[in-house]
Design a binder for this molecule. Structure first.
Ligand code: DX5
Ligand code: ZN
Length: 231
């Protein structure tokens, strides 16, 4: 069975070789990636540190790809202007990191950026129901945020399915993005449940042939998978 939804592939630079970042980005641009996913970590919200607006500004100069910034930081409202100014096309923050998501969503929208809201694997979907009509996408973490190369958590498929149903019932255009452990086996399972934006770090950057790696994921989403494939 063919799936018609246009699926976007967003390689995460977390798994790239940072000593050759420009070449790494060019390689996935040539390989027809749709977006570039940038993981921002502050050592507080997650136990890891990555890049900030300074690096993003250089990335912006090297590519015309849509820059999908995933903020895994506390107090995201302090930094969204800087990330937008540095070149972000989309800014996603974590529900767990803010007490007033609505305020932050409006702050990001005012910057003329796309906006996403994300939840950790253990966070209940109901915590974001009130914001679904305000955001462009929901990022469902399919691993515990913080590190690349982790194993996909199969229970997250139920979360994607439920979210997709809620969005359909409410007739909302909000998209579903999945992040963590996405490869040619797990991608079709998430697409089957309604995901249309797929973040993939390790399964793309660990392969020398980036075109093949992206092609494998893309073509896997043309076929409905079974959870049995995961074992
Ligand atoms: C994890 C990050 C992911 C990560 C995905 O906290 O949000 O974007 O880079 O990497 P893989 O695809 O290797 O799980
Ligand atoms: Zn991410």
């Amino acid at each position: 069975m063919k799936l018609n939804n246009k699926v976007l592939i967003a390689p995460s630079i977390l798994s790239a070789d940072f000593t050759h970042l420009a070449q790494e980005i060019k390689s996935i641009e040539k390989a027809n990636a749709d977006w570039l996913h940038i993981d921002v970590m502050d050592g507080h919200f997650v136990p890891n540190l990555t890049v900030g607006p300074v690096v993003l500004r250089w990335i912006r100069k090297t590519t015309s790809l849509f820059l999908d910034v995933h903020l895994m930081i506390e107090e995201p409202s302090r930094y969204v202007e800087q990330f937008k100014e540095a070149g972000a096309d989309s800014i996603t923050f974590h529900r767990e990191a803010v007490s007033s998501p609505e305020k932050l969503i409006h702050q990001i929208k005012k910057l003329k950026s796309k906006v996403g809201i994300s939840i950790r694997p253990k966070t209940n979907l109901s915590t974001i129901y009130s914001y679904l009509h305000l955001v462009d996408h929901v990022l469902i973490m399919t691993v515990e945020p913080g590190f690349g190369g982790q194993k996909f958590i199969p229970e997250m498929l139920d979360k994607v399915r439920t979210l997709n149903k809620v969005l359909k019932d409410k007739n909302l255009p909000c998209k579903i993005e999945v992040d963590g452990g996405i490869n040619a086996l797990t991608a079709p399972l998430t697409v089957k449940e309604g995901a249309t934006i797929l973040v993939a770090g390790n399964s793309i950057f660990k392969e020398k042939n980036r075109s093949l790696a992206i092609q494998k994921i893309r073509s896997s989403t043309q076929n409905l998978g079974s959870i049995d494939n995961l074992s």
